[in-house]
Each structure stands twice: as structure tokens, then as C-alpha cells.
Design a protein around this ligand. Structure first.
Ligand code: S3P
Length: 166
């Protein structure tokens, strides 16, 4: 495989972190989660960044982190909103392989609805569904799409690995 960076994109609750960790383990590559790196770098939690500085500032930080991480061989789980900035999609496609983990809105919402660490969950279900729909065409620009609904992380990882061998 020529690729040196695999980016996982998709809506909140699609399983990017769980699948990314397992994929990195099986490839024996490093794993990074943009949200985790961002919080360490800026010493603020994501809810605090949103409430104190706003979402636009968060997007700038996210772009910085993505650029920094895009220099190493790794599997990178990105935040669900990474595609809000077209520059990020261009960068990811230039530097590596972008895999979209496609998961239906309702099933994703059920997984995350009680999570206090995701500030976007203050929005109504309809608003979130609109965000999901707005992002879909950007997620679909990924190099590969994997349907994840009803599959175990191990199943998804083995599907990704077999696609990578082709
Ligand atoms: C966001 C998704 C979150 C995190 C932040 C904003 C979004 O990441 O980056 O809360 O805009 O969809 P996950 O997709 O890992 O939940």
C-alpha cells in the first residue's frame, strides 16, 4: 500500500475513533484523533472552546491540528465537522486516503444523544439532521465509503483492509 495517512471521516457517532484505533493496531501504524490532539494542544475541552470562543475558532484550531498531523504515517480519526472547511478535504485527499464511514443519522443520534462532550448536541434533532444532510455531499467526496450500520468494528476494519489490498 502506497498510502501513508488514512483519514476517517463521517458524522458524530459513526465510529471513527473505535474503528481508527483498531485499524491502526492491525496496520501497526500510529493512531491520532484530531479532537484529542486539539484538546491537549490548546488545554481546553471541546465544550469550553465552543462556549468561550465559538465554533468558528474551533474550526481554525481543528484545521491547525489537521495540518500538523498530516506529516506522519498514521490513521487519523477526524471530528465530524472537519469537512465544514473545504480546505481540509483538499488537504486530506492530497496527503492520504480519505475513508468515509457512512452511518444513518438516526442510528448515529441514538449512540451519541446523551453525550455531554459534544456541544453540537445542544441543537434539536431536526437541526442535527440538517447538518448531517448538509455534510453528506462533502463526506461523499472521500476516496472510499464504507457502510457501517449493523457491522462490528472488526468487520469494518477487515473490509477496509481488503479494499486497501485491491
Ligand atoms: C463535531 C464533531 C466532534 C467534535 C466537535 C464538533 C461536529 O467530533 O469535533 O464536537 O461538528 O460534528 P466527533 O465526530 O468525533 O464526535
Amino acid at each position: 500500500m502506497q498510502t501513508t495517512i488514512i483519514y476517517l471521516i463521517g458524522f458524530m457517532g459513526a465510529g471513527k475513533t473505535t474503528i481508527g484505533k483498531e485499524l491502526a493496531k492491525q496496520l501497526n501504524w500510529k493512531f491520532y484523533d484530531t479532537d484529542v490532539v486539539l484538546q491537549k494542544k490548546y488545554h481546553f475541552s471541546i465544550p469550553d472552546i465552543f462556549s468561550q470562543f465559538g465554533e468558528n475558532r474551533f474550526r481554525i484550531m481543528e484545521n491547525e491540528v489537521l495540518k500538523e498531523l498530516s506529516n506522519y504515517r498514521a490513521v487519523i480519526a477526524t471530528g465530524g465537522g472537519i469537512v465544514e472547511d473545504q480546505e481540509n478535504l483538499i488537504l486530506m485527499k492530497e496527503r492520504g486516503l480519505v475513508i468515509y464511514l457512512s452511518h444513518p443519522f438516526q442510528a448515529s443520534y441514538e449512540r451519541i444523544k446523551n453525550d455531554k462532550s459534544r456541544p453540537l448536541l445542544k441543537k434539536t434533532t431536526t437541526e442535527l439532521n440538517n447538518i448531517y444532510n448538509k455534510r453528506l455531499p462533502y463526506y461523499q467526496q472521500a476516496n472510499m465509503t464504507i457502510e457501517t450500520n449493523g457491522k462490528s468494528p472488526l468487520q469494518i476494519v477487515s473490509e477496509i483492509l481488503s479494499l486497501l489490498k485491491k
